[in-house]
Ligand binder design. Structure first.
Ligand code: HEC
Ligand code: HEC
Length: 382
């Protein structure tokens, strides 16, 4: 009797789940069986394309940042594809690793040659929405010296950079992708009206769709605001140390490092007094102006606890060292930003040990590991 009931139960469950499966198949059929077979031979991609649209919570604007899921999926594959680089060993992800908020752990990154990049890799996961910050309305530009205005421009530079991916022409990359059957499927889905865009432009557009889709706001800090806590008061869910750190951050740091979505960032670049003389001129190297020497991007700080080392040259390996810099180390460079000065003098915060630890503890509340490690951003190669 007992086995009969178990059997009956098994039959019912089986038939229910196959009904559900039929229904799902009917509703979302992103690929034909044949296309899916081609994809899944080489790639770990789901049968139903991942959702890349981000829904920003109210305190970050409260609107969706739309994404084209098929383009972002193609972009994800290209982002992780080492075979596209000059030596077949480097992908975007080599220097932009998800578990490190899409930065890497080196001071300077290793690309296709034995040379290293001139600067520390930037975390693409430092924003509530990458697209929100740079795309529509941010007014900020990419790279430490702001030399690129879009991901298309930036990716073209990274792909052709002899130290990074070392391609001679973007068309080399277009040729390479055309040789792979799974790319044929992915391109067809991403660009159904392909006559309008060259293969090169499709590649760059797809990378852009993926990078723009990255966003992280499921942090301890954001969860307090989502629960309706007042931004300027102590948070119920914070320890007293984290609250002390938050207050210090609000007073001394937030006037440059915006914790909003970044649409209203006023200070996008600044000199923060790392040195009296800079080997790397930063924005000044692009503009040629003396007032831009030693001026660099003000990085957004979500996930900062996982993006060490810090600053454009990765000179600090811990957040404690960063905090010590603002406490006692700021140099009176002729371009030092006003927010780090009192009148003409450097403003050293001279924090005590308790305050320093509190600031570091607060910076740790800005981590959103779960979003970073989500399947939609992960390495799809088997
Ligand atoms: C060899 C390492 C390396 C590779 C490969 C690489 N990058 Fe980067 N990336 C960097 C470094 C270093 C920076 C900062 C450079 C600078 O500011 O001058 C950077 C900066 C960026 C930025 C600017 C972020 C910002 O907030 O300003 C984006 C976007 C980016 N990379 C995306 C990509 C993409 C997409 C690819 C693949 C097409 C790629 N990178 C390949 C090392 C690399
Ligand atoms: C005048 C604006 C300004 C103020 C105020 C300021 N910073 Fe910065 N911060 C910058 C700039 C610019 C950089 C990058 C400088 C560089 O690399 O040359 C930076 C870099 C950082 C970094 C490294 C991020 C990375 O990804 O490498 C951290 C962490 C940081 N600041 C934390 C703080 C904290 C904490 C405070 C308050 C105690 C603070 N900042 C105050 C402008 C500012």
């Amino acid at each position: 009797m007992k086995t009969n009931i178990t059997l009956l139960f098994a039959i019912i469950t089986l038939s229910i789940s196959s009904c559900i499966r039929d229904e799902v198949d009917a509703v979302v059929k992103n690929y034909t069986d044949e296309e899916l077979a081609i994809l899944q031979r080489s790639l770990d991609l789901p049968a139903e394309v991942n959702e890349y649209t981000l829904n920003l919570p109210r305190h970050l604007g409260g609107f969706p940042v739309f994404a084209n899921n098929h383009q972002a999926t193609l972009g994800r594959v290209i982002f992780y594809d080492k075979s596209l680089s000059a030596n077949g060993q480097i992908s975007c992800a080599s220097c932009h690793q998800p578990e490190q908020a899409f930065a890497d752990g080196d001071r300077f990154s290793q690309g296709v040659t034995t040379d290293r990049t001139d600067r520390n890799s930037l975390g693409l996961g430092s924003f509530p929405s990458f697209n929100g910050y740079y795309g529509f309305g941010g007014g900020s530009r990419m790279f430490w010296d702001e030399r690129a205005g879009s991901v298309v421009e930036q990716s073209r530079q990274s792909l052709l950079n002899p130290v990074e991916m070392g391609l001679e022409h973007i068309s080399d990359l277009a040729d390479k992708v055309q040789q792979k059957d799974y790319y044929n499927v992915l391109f067809k889905k991403a660009f159904p009206n392909s006559a309008f865009l060259s293969k090169e432009d499709q590649v760059l557009t797809a990378i852009e769709a993926f990078v723009n889709s990255i966003g992280c706001f499921d942090t301890k800090y954001d969860r307090e605001l989502m629960a309706g806590q007042n931004e300027n008061a102590n948070f119920n869910g914070f320890t007293s140390q984290e609250n002390m750190g938050k207050n210090l951050f609000k007073i001394h740091c937030e006037n440059c490092h915006n914790l909003g979505a970044g649409f209203s960032t006023v200070v996008t670049v600044a000199n923060n007094g790392l040195d009296m003389e800079y080997d790397d001129p930063g924005v000044g190297g692009i503009s040629g102006k003396t007032r831009d020497i030693g001026v660099f991007k003000v990085p957004m700080l979500r996930n900062v606890a996982v993006t060490a080392p810090y600053m454009h040259d990765g000179r600090f390996s811990t957040l404690e060292e960063v905090v010590e810099h603002y406490s006692t180390g700021v140099q009176n460079h002729h371009n030092l930003h006003q927010n780090l000065k009192v009148g003409n003098q450097v403003k050293h915060l001279n924090l005590n040990e308790e305050q320093k630890s509190a600031l570091v503890a607060f910076l740790h509340t800005l981590t959103d590991r779960e979003s970073l490690l989500h399947e939609r951003y992960s390495d799809p190669f088997k």
